[in-house]
Design a protein around this ligand. Structure first.
Ligand code: DOR
Ligand code: ZN
Length: 346
């Protein structure tokens, strides 16, 4: 028996495309199913200015295979030297859809991120004035804070003070991983949204550590306890428009993941939509998948819902996904959910 579900074409509200050979390899994996993506700016060097974002957007469009459509929504990387007027101009031209806040040292290529939040106040105030959202990597970086507590501590010590001090600032809590993140969004309904990744709906910290260390399940923020995964699943599948899909699909080659100091990132672009159909079906919430993947994000960003569609089909044989995507930099392992999935996306 086949079952099928057609939804407005989804968007990915948090995506790492990288650059060069890696981008060439991974971009089709996203463009096959997604119409738009919020493109993370943590390149080396980072995408800091409007000019750099415009050049990066051109490189993305040039890497798009013939016949594929994809609209990269550009993001500026916030540093303590970011010029509010450059941000405002990049927004006014329609190029830039968000600014990304990485606390310095929080994750991959975040060294140029923010150390002293007072130094970015003028940019945040300008963003509140012009209605440009701030995407936040919500983890403190203090050495004495346990890695599993860093999101909850960030909410109390950094995020809430920033929001209180900057009325009207639209904030996306990126890739929330805890019930604390879910609850903070629930308690603050104005100007606040959160993205949730596919992999955080599927794995908890045991998947990373039990029975041997699994580098392909290591990402940041790191997956937490099962109770947190369940809170994320409840939020994502609830139909609440403040939660939307941001895959954080983050390719690293296998040698960089399978390493004594492995990189953080799960690569989910290839199978995300099938995995989400599986998760939403398990939660008896297939009717809310379109909201999560295709409608809530555009509503938050003030953009139209895509007019074309994606069809998810369930069959009785398990879908075969490639184990790896080959790039000229090396192979990238596709996220393995650890269970058979019967949904395909076309
Ligand atoms: O797991 C992650 N990978 N988390 C991030 O915040 C960054 C990303 C990357 O760029 O590899
Ligand atoms: Zn990310």
């Amino acid at each position: 028996m086949t079952q099928s579900l057609t939804i407005a074409r989804p968007d990915d509200w948090h995506l790492h495309l990288r650059d060069g050979a890696m981008m060439q390899a991974v971009l089709p994996e996203t463009a096959r199913h997604f119409a738009r993506g919020i493109i993370m700016p943590n390149l080396v060097p980072p995408v800091v200015t409007g000019d750099q974002a415009a050049a990066y957007r051109e490189r993305i469009l040039a890497a798009l295979p013939e016949g594929m459509q994809f609209d990269p929504l550009m993001v500026l990387y916030l540093t303590e030297n970011t010029d509010p007027e450059d941000v405002a101009a990049a927004h006014a031209s329609g190029l830039v859809k968000a600014v990304k806040l990485y606390p310095a040292g929080a994750t991959t290529n975040s060294a140029s991120g923010v150390q002293n939040f007072d130094n970015v106040r003028p940019v945040l105030e300008k963003m509140a004035e012009i209605g440009l959202p701030l995407c936040v990597h919500g983890e403190v970086t203090d050495a004495e804070i346990d890695i599993f507590d860093r999101e909850a501590v960030f909410i109390d010590r950094v995020l809430d003070p920033i929001r209180q001090a900057t009325p009207g600032l639209k904030v996306v809590m990126e890739h929330i991983t805890t019930s604390n993140g879910v609850d903070y969004v629930k308690a603050n309904d104005k100007d606040l949204g959160a993205t949730i990744t596919t992999h955080h709906l599927i794995i908890n910290r045991n998947h990373i550590l039990v029975g041997g260390i699994k580098p392909h399940y290591y990402c940041l923020p790191v997956a937490k306890r099962e109770e947190h995964r369940l809170a994320l699943r409840a939020a994502a599948t609830s139909g609440d428009a403040r939660y939307f899909l941001g895959t954080d699909s983050a390719p690293h080659t296998d040698p960089l993941k399978e390493n004594s100091c492995g990189c953080a990132g799960c690569f989910t672009a290839t199978n995300t939509m099938s995995l989400l159909a599986h998760v939403f079906e398990e939660e008896n919430a297939l009717q809310n998948l379109e909201g999560f993947a295709s409608k809530n994000g555009p509503a938050f960003y003030g953009l139209p819902v895509n007019s074309d569609t994606l069809t998810l089909t369930k069959s009785s044989t398990a879908t075969q996904f490639p184990e790896k995507i080959e790039s000229q930099d090396g192979p990238v392992t596709v996220f393995d959910p650890g269970f058979p999935v019967f949904w395909t996306a076309t």
